[in-house]
Design a protein around this ligand. Structure first.
Ligand code: B12
Length: 214
């Protein structure tokens, strides 16, 4: 199994779609944990990012890597049960910061929250501050989740957080931030927010908020 895992990371990094699909299908059929497979795909994408930063890859390669990740992910989640909104545990509003169109990570968070029976309103990518305020007013979320990958997204997160506080939406509605622009070490710079590294921690956080409301 370890050899296939290495193959998956390399295939993602080398943009080799056929090998990637074969590897993922093989791990899925062996019953490998979905989170582990997503982690391997992410390791490969990190290498793509490094190769892009070194000038070995170009924008077209980044685009291909994003498409490959999504198609490999569809193999991983093919058997996942459809989200059940009849038994909703709470509402989460989510979006990617203005100026940032990276949605692969955000989509994983949405998928996992829905599978965990949360209702999610997904505002998509490149979301202006005002759209968060308006949606928060209309949708009455229990949690507001902000995603960002670009360096500039950190500043955008602070703008959204300040605007939500000014509109008196937070701190009553807690704000969860995530994405590779942020870490637990720097959230103090954004304001009164919580941080989760990945989908498992995001679900745990949302569950703890809903538990506190009971
Ligand atoms: C694929 C990709 C693209 C694709 C995106 C496709 C898509 N639909 O998302 C495309 C081609 C569009 C793209 C474009 C660009 N990209 Co790009 N891209 C990447 C790449 C290779 C992978 C990103 C990714 O999807 N990772 C996998 C996901 C699963 O990881 P993730 O986002 O971190 O999400 C996980 C966690 O962070 C967390 N999470 C995410 N969101 C949230 C939210 C919450 C609430 C929580 C709790 C957790 C959470 O959970 C996720 C699952 O574990 C990265 C390389 C890298 N090192 O990341 C560069 C990278 C992010 N891109 C970069 C750049 C520079 C660009 C461009 C400017 C290139 C250009 N010259 O035009 C444009 C920018 C466009 C824009 N305005 O946003 C830089 C960013 C540098 C920076 N820090 O500012 C990187 C780091 C590459 C590099 N090393 O230079 N890119």
């Amino acid at each position: 199994m370890d050899e296939i895992k290495e193959q998956i990371v390399m295939a993602m990094s080398d943009l080799d779609l056929d090998t990637l699909h074969l590897g993922v299908q093989s791990l899925v059929s062996k019953g490998c944990d979905a989170h582990e497979i997503v982690g391997l795909l992410q390791q490969g994408l990190l290498q793509v990012g490094d190769r892009f930063a070194r000038g070995d890859y170009f924008l077209a390669d980044l685009i291909v890597s994003g498409m490959m990740f999504k198609s490999a992910l569809s193999l991983v989640i093919a058997d996942a049960p459809p989200p059940d909104s009849s038994n909703s545990r709470g509402r989460v509003l989510i979006g990617v910061m203005a100026g940032d169109i990276h949605d692969i990570g955000k989509d994983i968070i949405v998928q996992v929250l829905q599978t965990a029976a949360f209702d999610v309103l997904d505002l998509g990518v490149d979301v202006p501050v005002e759209a968060f305020i308006q949606a928060a007013g209309n949708y009455a979320p229990n949690i507001i989740a902000l995603s960002g990958v670009m360096g500039g997204s950190l500043l955008e997160m602070k703008k959204v957080v300040d605007a939500l506080a000014e509109a008196k939406i937070s701190p009553a509605v807690p704000i969860l931030v995530g994405g590779s622009c942020v870490s637990d070490l720097i959230i103090e710079n954004i304001g009164d927010v919580h941080y989760a590294k990945g989908p498992v921690e995001a679900v745990e956080f949302c569950e703890s908020v809903l538990e506190g409301l009971k």
